[in-house]
Write a protein of this length. Structure first.
Length: 322
């Protein structure tokens, strides 16, 4: 398709060709054609524009200079009122004069820090009071800043001769209490480094009153090894249960008695099996002597068993029923 055509006696060129001639983007030319800002015709899916119309639009756009939006200042006719012969200004006006935020001015008015009056929902403050408050805040801020950087008034350093500081105790720097830093100027022929005052030999001696005795507790080595004083022995009451007594004292007695009974029983059985209570005709008399000794030992063991039985075995008493 050709880049130009005649429509109703007027020459139109394609948007692509118009973009090359005018320097506009092809999409931007299409937007101008759709909005009707330039003379254009749509043929099929393409836009054909009038070059004369596009050139006139471009010249008008080049001469246009954008202007910033103008801020309309609203005048506050009620910014200045008089109460009891004193001028009061609104909180917004006081904020512009002092640089405070309007909310902070309202806080000062509500807290009573400055003279103020409330009319409706608006606060009016005394002009002189708000200005004085601002000056005091500026002085306090300047003093704090000067002190933070070390430019405030400082006492004379120890060891520097007083004669090196001009003016002595009545010097201006000792009487200066302003918010800003105090500046001093020195001569060119003055010593760059201050002269260090020589200390008095008498004052260099140590004051005995400043000595403090520190008590030191000496602990013997044996006491340290035995940990005496650190471990305290406390006697606590002891409660012995019945089972402990039974198994501790009576248990031992019962065990000893049972052992004796077992030994005696074993002895009775042994003696009964080995004893022969007969006499035989033996010229030497050895058999008779052995039987006598065996019978004597058996009698002694029986007596011991009877004696122990009286203590270990409960006596049973039979009573005849009535």
């Amino acid at each position: 398709m050709s880049d130009s055509m005649l429509i109703q006696g007027r020459e139109y060129i394609s948007s692509k060709r118009a973009s090359e001639l005018s320097g506009y983007a092809q999409d931007y030319i299409g937007q101008l054609a759709r909005k009707g800002l330039i003379d254009a015709q749509r043929v099929g899916g393409l836009w054909f524009v009038s070059m004369a119309s596009l050139t006139q639009y471009k010249s008008n756009a080049d001469t246009y200079v954008p202007q910033p939006p103008e801020k309309k200042e609203t005048q506050d006719p009620d910014s200045l009122v008089s109460f009891d012969g004193k001028d009061h200004i609104s909180a917004s006006r006081a904020a512009k004069i002092t640089g405070y935020h309007p909310d902070y001015v309202g806080q000062l008015a509500r807290s009573g820090a400055i003279i103020s009056r409330q009319v409706g929902n608006r606060w009016y403050v005394d002009r002189e009071a708000i200005v004085t408050h601002k000056q005091q805040k500026d002085k306090l801020l300047g003093a704090v800043q000067a002190q933070s950087v070390g430019l405030g008034r400082r006492p004379m350093a120890e060891g520097i001769a007083k004669g090196n500081v001009s003016g002595g105790e009545d010097a201006p720097h000792t009487r200066y209490n302003g918010p800003g830093p105090f500046l001093t100027y020195t001569r060119d022929d003055r010593d760059l480094l201050p002269v260090i005052g020589k200390p008095d030999p008498a004052s260099s001696q140590e004051d005995p009153s400043l000595e403090y005795s520190v008590p030191i507790r000496v602990v013997p080595q044996r006491q340290i090894l035995q940990h005496e004083g650190h471990v305290k022995r406390v006697k606590l009451p002891r409660t012995v249960h019945g089972k402990t007594i039974y198994y501790g004292t009576f248990g031992k007695v019962a065990t000893a008695a049972l052992t004796i009974v077992i030994v005696l029983s074993f002895g009775f059985v042994t003696l009964r099996n080995s004893s022969v209570y007969t006499t035989t005709a033996n010229p030497s008399g050895a058999v008779i002597q052995r039987n006598v000794f065996t019978a004597g030992a058996a009698g002694a063991l029986q007596w011991i068993g009877n004696f122990a039985r009286n203590f270990l075995v409960k006596e049973i008493i039979y009573k005849r029923g009535r």
